[in-house]
Each structure stands twice: as structure tokens, then as C-alpha cells.
Design a protein around this ligand. Sequence first.
Ligand code: NAD
Length: 295
Amino acid sequence: MTENKTSVALIGLGNMGTPMASRWIAAGYSVHGFDVNPEARAKFASAGGQIHQTAADAASQASFCVLMLPNSAIVEAVIGELCDAGSLAPDSTVIDMSSSEPTSSQRLALSLGESGIRFIDAPVSGGVRGAEAGTLTIMAGGEAHIVESVRALLECLGNVTHVGPVGAGHGVKALNNLLSAAHLWLTSEAVVIAERLGVPAQTMLAVLNSSSGRSGSSEQKWPRFILPGTFDSGFEARLMLKDARIATGLASELGMPTSLGEEVVNLWNEAGHSLPANADHTEIARFIEKRAEKK
Ligand code: NAD
């Protein structure tokens, strides 16, 4: 089946969901959305989305149902609601673009498949700005013909790579964020150490960014969100910790030890206990600075 409908349902209208919806609306799709948060619903409606009072109502309007939710437990609960309400027709496609757990996605694909409903995972990297600009990296996991059937829809948001079977997208995404969490932590420590040597943060970053220690953290996160003191990337620290945990869980399931990965999880977990619940992940730099002052 090829993509022949101009309607898409979107459940989860948060930091990522709303700019994604705006891209689809601009491309001519009619987007039917639901979120438990009334403020998120209002924002989506003002962006031109068609708001519904339940996830099931939204999903029943389209043959593609995209999920952009905080975690696998919520993804599973929402899919359960949609199945109980009978709002997913046979041959419809569920696309989980959240950062979720690979094994949960594999189970969902199997159970939905029994009713003829197709499922792929297609998590993203690139943040809120990538969603706004349509430059996300999209890591799709699932059967090739299903991925191809939704390629045009996904390409409104960025570049799609079919990385492997169901769950592979979520695995690759989690591994990417484990690296990103490690880079941000160590870059922040390196900046504090350099400052103690008398090297200003800007100078340190300029050198890193033309040297081999550079990363997305030194090139993007520090200059955009940390140096200006805005800490407003739109990606929360608790979501980063969730992703790092998924990656180390996957490593353990697959029998691959990752001592450094485990330490990254422990450090972000420690920070999570000190930072406010909804703190942006770039606040980690401020946390590291304060933690160093105490030593
Ligand atoms: P968010 O918290 O801003 O948005 C999630 C939305 O889901 C919220 O508006 C919340 O009210 C809604 N929600 C929660 N439970 C629900 C339910 N049962 N039914 C309907 N709606 C429900 O999070 P986000 O930053 O948009 O991230 C969404 C997903 O994308 C996460 O899995 C995250 O890890 C991933 N992600 C985020 C970014 C980023 O930069 N923010 C980047 C890549 C991936």
C-alpha cells in the first residue's frame, strides 16, 4: 500500500509534536491531534491542527497514526486505548517517532500485526529546531515496504534512513543519545577545567571545534544554549537519561559490556535528582559547574 491519504493523526503535541505537525500542515496534510495537556492542544490548534478530545477520535480520522510521546509505557498505554476503541483499521500504519524501547516496539509490532495493523519505529534526532526546519535525522525500523509507504510523510520532517527491522530505529536513537549524553558531560567538565587554567569558555570551545575533541555539544549545545545562559534547547534532561538507560539496557541484553555507558547513566541520574523535573538537558553544564564548586 502506498501513501494515498492526506490525513495523519498525531498523538503527543509537545516540544517536538507541534513543530512536526506544522511541517505536515505546511505540506498540505490535514493533521488530527490529541494531547492530555490542554495547553499543548491549544498550541496545536493555533498552528492549524484539528484537535480531538481523545487519542482514539484523532486516530480514527487517518490511516497513519504517529506517536510522539515521552516513553514506551505511555506509547503502550495509548496504543492499548486505540485498540480498545477500535480506531486503528486493518492496513493502517502506526509510526512511533518517540524515543522508545526496542523490545517494546518489537512486541507492539507483533501484537498489532495480528490485527493487520502495521507498525514501524521512526525516532528522530535534531531537536526542536530540526523539527521546525525539516532537518531531522529519522531512523526507521521495520519492514522495508512499510517504511517506503510512509517515506513521503516522514521526509517532510527530514532525512529518513531505514536502519533495520522493527526496534532497530529505537536502538540506534538510544545509542546516539548515550554518545550525546557522554559528550555533553565531558565537554562541560573540560570547559570548567580549562577555565580554572585561565582559558575562557569561548576560547576553549573555538579550539575544540577545530580539533578532534569536537562534538554536537561543543559545536551546537554550548554556543547556542549554555554560553548565552538560555538553557532552552527544548529537550529535557529526564528524556536524555531515559535514552541513555535504554542504550545500556540494550547493551546488557545483547551481552556487550559498556562500563563508560553505565557511568554516564549514573552521572545523569545523579544530576536528575538535583535538577528540577522539567530541566532542559543543557542545564547539565550548570549542574557540573556547581558540583565542582563544592569539591
Ligand atoms: P514533551 O514532553 O514536550 O511532549 C510529550 C507530549 O506527550 C506532552 O505534551 C504530553 O502532555 C503528551 N502526553 C503524555 N502522555 C500522553 C498521553 N497518554 N496521551 C496523549 N499525550 C500524552 O516531549 P518532547 O520533547 O516533545 O519529546 C517527545 C519524544 O521525542 C520523547 O520520546 C523524546 O525523548 C523524543 N525526542 C525529543 C527531542 C527534543 O529535542 N525535545 C528530540 C528527539 C527526540
